[in-house]
Design a protein. Structure first.
Lengths: 307, 80
């Protein structure tokens, strides 16, 4: 199929399958999946600028489907998502400025690659330690008890004592988040979303791999709600990114529309599947995602090819 | 348990088949007619193109979500 905007020939079946796979990941983990979509679009010959811009447009559509489904399941904290969108956009701008500074200094690729490898592996290491520890504690407390049917959204974390310490930081204004069962300072929410946006602007994509864990461990949001709220927040921040890239001529919306036909069904499957797993299990399954991102960056560093 | 799994798998395969037919029709009818107009916008009215791109992707997502939800309900006979 010929896509005239980017002047590329790509099989629509390939795009639908990629969209479907990323849709499942997005619906289940609350991530954009740019670490797969970007290289997948590059692999079929799409220019790097079109791959990034088109991927963002595809993320918007997929997140709408997954967030709608999560909202129906009661997994979206709208108030939190709207507050976070503001911080994310500010952080994304600062991240983009940092990239420009590094470009002028002439060492952007090395610095961004090393930082991303450190960040990705740190997230995975921490999450595997925390989720494993939480699951072990649950086993000790309730030996032989196996959940049947949909998993409970009442989350547990072996890191919760640190989260409670952060929540007890009373700096005005305090925000009530009844959907998540959390009361926390506005500044903590803004700081978390700013850091997420900073990494999105600095490393590209939606940065769900860092925002979702921060929602759980820093703000204390239950994992199911963190996934749904992250997706809702991604709609706003990725729309902003899509507009910015489209104005620069980097978006082939036809490719994004084709990818979203697969993503729509994948995102529904991913979102529904979260019902059958408890929070620590979802966090444990999340571990390979940042590692895949790190592996891609290491490959590009060693081979010199940009995927 | 096994009967439930096979029923779910069969329903899912039917969903995929129905969805594939709908999507194929969508490619040929909608995208074919839109591509010329979108290319023109991309070349000459880039800001309008950016707004239309976001509107299209969101509208398509809402419609597809409704279609897939409707398919899920129709074929499984229950609300997911």
């Amino acid at each position: 199929m010929f896509f005239p905007i980017s002047e590329s020939h790509i099989s629509p079946i390939y795009l639908v399958v990629i969209g479907f796979l990323i849709g499942i990941l997005g619906g289940f983990f609350g991530v954009g999946g740019s670490f797969i979509a970007g290289p997948a679009l590059r692999a079929v010959g799409l220019d790097w600028n079109f791959a990034i811009g088109t991927d963002l447009a595809h993320i918007v559509g997929k997140s709408v489907v997954a967030a709608k489904r999560h909202r129906a399941l009661g997994n979206v904290d709208l108030r939190l998502g709207l507050i976070m969108a503001v911080g994310t956009m500010g952080g994304a701008e600062v991240g983009a400025q940092l990239i420009q500074m590094l470009k002028r200094a002439g060492n952007v690729n090395t610095v961004v690659s090393v930082i991303s490898i450190v960040i990705y592996t740190s997230i995975s290491t921490f999450m595997i330690w925390e989720a494993w520890r939480t699951l072990r504690l649950q086993k000790i407390r309730q030996p032989g008890k196996k959940a049947k049917g949909p998993a409970s959204k009442n989350d547990e974390s072996s890191f919760s004592h640190r989260t409670r310490a952060i929540q007890s930081f009373h700096l005005w204004p305090m925000i009530n988040l009844p959907a998540s069962g959390v009361r926390i300072s506005l500044w903590v929410i803004v700081a978390v979303s700013f850091v997420g946006g900073l990494f999105a602007g600095f490393l590209g994509g939606g940065a769900g791999y860092i925002r979702m864990p921060m929602l759980v461990y820093v703000l204390g949001i239950p994992t199911h709600l963190a996934v749904g709220t992250d997706l809702f927040e991604i709609i706003i921040s990725a729309s902003y990114g899509t507009f910015s890239h489209a104005v620069k001529g980097n978006v082939d919306i036809l490719i994004a529309l084709v990818m979203n036909t697969g993503a729509a069904i994948g995102a529904q499957i991913g979102a529904i599947s979260t019902q059958y797993f408890a929070g620590p299990k979802i966090r444990l399954f999340f571990v390979p995602l940042p590692l895949i991102g790190a592996a891609i960056v290491i490959y590009t560093l060693i081979s010199g090819h940009k995927l | 348990m096994k009967a439930d799994t096979s029923k779910t798998a069969r329903a899912f395969l039917i969903e995929l088949a129905v969805y594939a037919v709908l999507v194929t029709g969508y490619f040929f009818l909608v995208l074919h007619f839109l591509s010329g107009w979108l290319q023109n916008l991309h070349l000459h009215h880039v800001k309008l193109y950016a707004v239309v791109a976001i509107a299209l992707v969101i509208c398509q997502a809402v419609v597809l979500e409704s279609v897939t939800t409707w398919l899920f309900r129709l074929l499984r006979g229950r609300s997911e």
